[in-house]
Design a protein around this ligand. Sequence first.
Ligand code: ATP
Ligand code: MG
Length: 489
Amino acid sequence: MSSWLQKQVNERPNHPAFYWQDEAWSFADVGREVKHWAATFSSKIPYEEKRVALFSRNSKEMYFSILALWELGKELVMLNTHLSLQELHYQLTDAEVNLVVVSTESVPFLSELTQITSIEMSKSNGVEESLIEPHSLYQGEATASIMYTSGTTGKPKGVMQCFSNHLASALATQENMNILPSDCWLCPVPLFHISGLSIVVRQLVLGCSLRLYSKFDATIVTEDLAEGRGTVISVVAIMLQELLEKYPKKGYSSSFKAMLLGGGPISPKALEQCEHYGIPVIQSYGMTETCSQVVALSFEDAALKIGSAGKPLLGMHVKIVDADQKQLQENEVGEILLKGKNVVSQYLNGEKWQKVKWTIDGWFKTGDMGYLDEERYLYLVSRLSELIISGGENIYPTEIEHVLQEFPGVKEVAVVGETDEKWGAVPVAYIVGDPLITVEKINTFAKTYLAKYKLPKRIYLCHSLPKTASGKLAKHRLTTIEREAFLSK
Ligand code: ATP
Ligand code: MG
């Protein structure tokens, strides 16, 4: 068996490792189960098939499949189950995958993709465990997973995450959050996403327990947090919002340590509420290319550094540069560059990106804009691609979005730049909200809070906004002809 899991099996065989619904496995149980799954897969997947895709929602089968396929030395292409057939076709072709290990429920859906062979995610009985080809994996530069970015700014890019990137990420998290084997990490986020897969890696590397959910259900998670069935949880903003609505009178269990929030910006209002309830939220900044969080803001600092994404984790280096790659001073806004062992060094088939995204001395250009304050806390202001330069002034759409979100009845906002003959570009807003909202009312409201040049020049009322498969706003689609489809009639 490979080193990470074997270490836990040796060191703490009876320690609780994995929870799924009413079932529980110790590390020794997980080790046995994984051997069995590995034997099953080795009888179905030819040794030469180095790369295998996985297509499943969170399930115990998905969890054991990941571990078993790593045992067999496979590179795992983690497919988002919300992708359309066309998007799946693109990723499978790009990753040159022939085999997809797929959950039973999704077999019919995937059968429409004729170029691939589906292998159902199930464990066979009576398979000889000696069939396993032992593989000395979980080490160094071998690719552990290939994960596509969310496609928020364009076509998703395949990110080659190696075991050493994952390891660096887990160790940095341990240092930052003081994770101990006695911790139990709740995972309502998808395993096909780095937010979920990184929890599995932490479990294997740090020896903590993991409780997996098929999907996020605020009632169940709240109950588990109140009853002490988890000490740490990873969430995205929308989950946090739902948890706040369900916050129990008696609060969460005293054993609860931290709520790790990532994936995107959070509204100041939600953070205030967390503070009010005393929920220890750790805000974090990271991306698929950095194998989870690289910058984080502790609960203790949150009140003093409102709006900050925090400080770099152990071994992470952050710098801010201008368009000429010149390093900027504190409080100056520019592109965020990152360096560290958890940052990947290439994209799959990414020759054209190599020079665009990595500097010659190895810094990764995130495409995000922000600044470091005098104490080196990082603040994010925008994506570089979303920056609006209007008559020479920089306008950050998030600033306008935060204002518009405060208008009663507004549910979702996206501000993007539209080309303009006079100003070069102007901000325009797309809004989803109550039927009673009118453009005039929003305009009047916005005027109170925004300088004239930041006021949206046009406001479009929409029935919905374009999203990526991971639920992020895909603003670039609002600058094409496609945007018509989202407008209210
Ligand atoms: P693509 O690269 O395909 O355009 P994506 O960048 O959205 O998609 P992910 O890797 O899933 O793909 O997301 C990482 C991005 O999410 C970051 O680069 C950043 O823009 C945004 N993000 C992550 N954490 C935060 C945060 N705390 N605040 C604001 N934005 C964040
Ligand atoms: Mg990105």
